[in-house]
Design a protein around this ligand. Sequence first.
Ligand code: CMC
Length: 440
Amino acid sequence: MSDKDTSNQTGKTFTLTNDQTGESWQLPVLDGTCGPSVIDVRKLYAQTGHFTFDPSFTSTGSCKSRITYIDGEEGILMHRGYDIAELASKSNFIEVAYLLLYGDLPSQSEYNEFEHNIKYHTMVHEQLINFFKGFRRDAHPMAIMCGVIGGLSAFYHDSLDIWDPRQREISAHRLIAKIPTIAAMTYKYSLGQPFVYPRNDMSYAENFLHMCFSVPAEEYKPNPILTKAMDRIFILHADHEQNASTSTVRLSGSSQANPFACIASGIASLWGPSHGGANQAVLEMLHEIGSKDRIPEFLEKAKDKNDPFRLMGFGHRVYKNYDPRASVLKESCHEVLEDLGITDDPLLEMAMELERIALEDEYFVERKLFPNVDFYSGIILKAMGFNTEMFTVLFALARTVGWTSQWKEMIEEPSLRIGRPRQLYTGPAKRPYVSINDRD
Ligand code: CMC
């Protein structure tokens, strides 16, 4: 079944009454394919003179989308109707990228063509190397990513016309193809090693590992279990509905900014520890805890409202049952550790112990705080040999597919208008300007 826009005007309404004046208004209710209906408040201000107030967007649907569906209570994540666990076990990242971008699974020939298009855009302009040289050698790789991805708009003028469907498609292919090359370059730069060029005879994940771990003196032979785990991490991070970074991309794109600039804005938003930066924060937290016997002390800190410490890799705004991505990655995590023969890494042992204790602790159980995707991805990436600063970069790499698909969907929406939230102003009311000599 192909994906169609099924949202409709249901004829249902929601009545809003002003208790002071007794006036009431009928607001239309819209249904999606699944999930809660929404109250259409687009005309609310014009009709009532009131705005809605929802600073962290806990009750706000910011757009219509046909790409990803999440049911946080049930722990469901689907892309274009396909369950994430099924995609993670039966598909691969390139196919999932096609699905997100175009709406349906590809036929064999569509798959081959798409894979070919991605492979033949993996190289970056040699001049782009100069960007890297401008960064301090200890620059955080996410800082480099923000700059270099934004900088792509200066290199690919031929695909910046967002109103031309073909140019939009070429930009999307370029972003998906070049981001592993650029991500690997940031890694090499941080290590002080030469950049490694992409190889077209390798799969997407294999090529990425090759660009990260090969050196001129010795070629890296990707291990199939690690390649599979890498590909799985990419699939599980590919899209996640209207989270902070995706909403950032959409808001940037709503002003008709070019796609490279929009994805750079998404990377900036992803960087924070409450979002994509959590996978790095998990490992830093484990280092800080230091040993298993200190876990109870840190659990107490996490529960203390006067202490800003939070258990990184636990909790989620939407998932209040379990994170379905975490369930899949937990399996991969054990596979990778076993394959690499890592049975006595103290940090990883501590992670497993923390998971066990937190899952039994009343505070975490009551608040439905489960390990999220970042808890396990951090552990796998460490076992693969990545340094912690790279973790969020890998998230950005995978999420580029989701950001690009969401950006494309938004641009193709006929009713596209610039996003412009309003506010509840709580500053001073109008007051006269007082000259500096007369101020108290
Ligand atoms: N450790 C300790 N307490 C927590 C945690 C945590 N990790 N997460 C939430 N809580 C508590 C919070 O203090 C609050 O308690 P109370 O009801 O007593 O005030 C309750 O649980 C609800 O938390 P919240 O702050 O209202 O939840 P939120 O939806 O605003 O925040 C979150 C979601 C993911 C930012 C938060 O759980 C968190 O900071 N987790 C750690 C960072 C993390 O792992 N982020 C990655 C998210 S998954 C990847 C992604 O999608 O980017």
